[in-house]
Every structure is written in C-alpha cells, then in structure tokens.
Ligand binder design. Structure first.
Ligand code: NAP
Ligand code: GLV
Length: 306
C-alpha cells in the first residue's frame, strides 16, 4: 500500500516517522510533482495540482475537522474523504469555550483591569439561570462543549440540522427553530461547519435576536460571521462583546478593526489544535479499516459539505 503525505504548511519529518511507525507495511512518502500514484493521501491545504496528479486515490484523510477548504478543490470522485473526528480536539474546544464563557460571566477581565488600576472593586453577581449558552452545531465538538458547559450549571441550548437527544440540552432543530434558539440565547457559541448554508450565518439580522447584552464566541470559521455587523452591534450596545478564534483572512490583517476593539478578545485559530500522535493513530486505524472494507467514522458527505 502506498500513502502520500501532502501538508505543505507542516514539517513533514515527525508526521512521516509517526505514520511509518503506525503503518510499518506501507510505503509512505512526501508528495512531490511526478510522484508515483498512491492509494491513500494524508492532506492539509494541498494544492489542486496534487489531486490532478493523484486522480486514482481511494482515501483522502484531512488533518483537521473542517473540510471547507478541501471541498473547494476538484477531488477524485471515487475517493472516500475522511476528516478528523475528535482526535483530542473536543476536550480542547470544551476548555476554550468554558473558559471564554466563564471569563465573560464572572467579569474576570473587568476585575483584572480594576486590580491593575489599584481598584478594590465590587461587582454584582450575575444570575446564572439567565445566562443561557446556545451552541450552534451539536456534532463531535459541539456536543462535547454543550456537555462541558452543563458542569458549571449554565442553561444550555443546542441547534443542529437533525434532532439530538443530549441530556440537559434544550434542542432546537433546523431553519424553522433557529429564531427561537437565538431568542433564548445569551452567549452564542458557533461550532458549525462552513457550508453554503452556514456562511455569514452570524449577521445583523440573526445576532440582533440574541437576548439583550448577548455575547458571541466564534470557534468554527471566520466566514460564518459578518465582521462589520458584529462591530456595529457591539458599538451600539446591543451586544456585550465577542471572543473570536477564527477569521475570514488568517492571519488577521494588521489593519483589521478587531485588533483594537476593547470588547473583542482574540486568539490565533488556537482553540482546538490538531494533535500529532492522536491524529496519526486515528488516521492509521482508519486506513487499515478502509483496506479491510470496514466502515469508519468521520466520512464526509461531499454533497452536504461536512
Ligand atoms: P461535525 O461533527 O460535522 O458537526 C457539525 C454540526 O453542525 C452537526 O451537529 C450538524 O448537524 C450541524 N450543522 C451542519 N449544518 C447545519 C445547518 N445548516 N443547520 C444546523 N446545523 C447544522 O463537526 P465538528 O467535528 O463538531 O466540527 C465543527 C467545526 O468546527 C468544523 O467544521 C471546523 O470548521 C471547526 N473547527 C475549528 C477548530 C479551531 O481550532 N478553531 C478546530 C476544529 C474544528 P447534524 O448533526 O444534524 O448533521
Ligand atoms: C481546525 O480548524 C480544524 O478544522 O481542525
């Protein structure tokens, strides 16, 4: 079996060594133009030329959960496209979102500023029961986040395409229940895949429906959010602020107004990193399963976009 590795932005050495250790009978090499045809590919942000040459691939393994960029390319139609399915990302996402929600709910940034200014301040505790968190997307990551938030006794809403039964989560389904979901949500957490249906889903019309002083946490993709609409709603006092991990253009351009906005907290696409050991183990296991003809989790429905 031949495996080709095409992740131009990553140092190939450690990944290749890990894949070779996990799949000792396979021939594994870094793709270069003119390379021999392979059975399976391990990819992150490959060029179109890669798929134009490797048109015979049986399996394409994406080294991330999101496949929006991959699906913009012309892929070999017979290939099974498989994304990372948790692989250590769900617990990181749960940590990140709980941290952002708690930091906002408990006003830790305000206390930090007060202390820095030498102020021994007294802030009125907020009512937890009013602080409903709404998770858009209840897949591998969203479900884990929704469960983690319940540990801190926040009321949790969830919105997905198909109905879910998650203990303690107030579920809303599809376009018909989207407005009700928003109207019942104080802190909106985005964990949707980026598809034609979800692009720009956080805009003036939708974000205006959140509870007064709503807050936005975007950890999915920058193109889910209309940046100017978010800024206008914060500046008008309709929204309290936002924590953003993902952006339309990454790295975020130096002149983007998010950099200096006092009510926007940012991280550089770091909420849930691809972990090498976990990812290699998962991908190697799935390559062997596909070779045996077994089913695997995380197969992408390319028509649906996730
Ligand atoms: P997933 O398991 O595929 O879950 C996607 C969820 O979104 C599912 O619940 C799905 O509903 C729902 N959904 C999709 N389209 C919808 C629509 N039109 N309306 C309502 N619900 C819709 O994906 P995941 O593994 O949780 O990952 C989610 C996203 O997180 C990725 O696509 C990626 O963009 C992002 N991500 C970001 C980072 C980071 O570091 N910032 C890291 C990893 C992933 P159904 O269950 O009904 O299908
Ligand atoms: C990261 O953003 C991923 O999709 O895994």
């Amino acid at each position: 079996m031949n495996i080709t590795f095409c992740c131009p932005s990553l140092p190939a050495g450690p990944w290749l060594a890990g894949l070779k250790a996990a799949l000792p009978d396979a021939e594994i090499s870094v793709w270069q133009p003119g390379a021999l045809p392979a059975d399976h590919a391990v990819v992150w942000a490959p060029p179109q030329a890669f798929f134009d040459e490797q048109a015979q691939l049986k399996g394409i393994f994406n080294m991330g959960a999101g496949v929006d960029a991959l699906l913009e390319l012309r892929l070999p139609p017979q290939a099974t496209v498989v994304r990372l399915d948790d692989a250590g990302m769900a617990v990181q996402m749960a940590e990140y979102v709980c941290h952002a929600v708690i930091r906002h709910f408990r006003e830790f940034e305000g206390y930090a500023a007060d202390m820095e200014a030498g102020l021994w301040s007294d802030r009125k505790p907020r009512r937890r029961a009013d602080f409903s968190v709404g998770v858009m997307g209840l897949g591998v990551l969203g479900e884990r986040v929704a469960r983690a938030l319940q540990t801190f006794e926040f009321p949790v809403n969830g919105w997905s395409r198909s109905a879910k039964a998650i203990d303690g989560v107030n579920g809303f389904v599809g376009a018909a229940q989207f407005n009700d979901f928003l109207a019942n949500t104080q802190v909106l957490v985005n964990l949707l895949p980026l598809t034609p249906e979800t692009q720009n889903i956080m805009n003036h019309a939708t974000l205006s429906q959140l509870k007064p002083d709503g807050y936005v946490i975007n950890v999915a993709r920058g193109a889910h959010l209309v940046d100017d609409d978010l800024i206008a709603l914060i500046d008008s006092g309709r929204l309290a602020g936002a924590t953003l991990d993902v952006f339309r253009v990454e790295p975020l351009p130096a002149d983007h107004p998010f950099w200096t906005h006092p009510k926007i907290t940012m991280t550089p696409h770091a909420s849930a990193r691809t972990l090498r050991d976990e990812s290699i183990a998962q991908i190697a296991g799935k390559i062997m399963a596909l070779e045996r003809g077994d089913g695997v989790a995380g197969v992408v429905d390319t028509g649906r976009g996730y």
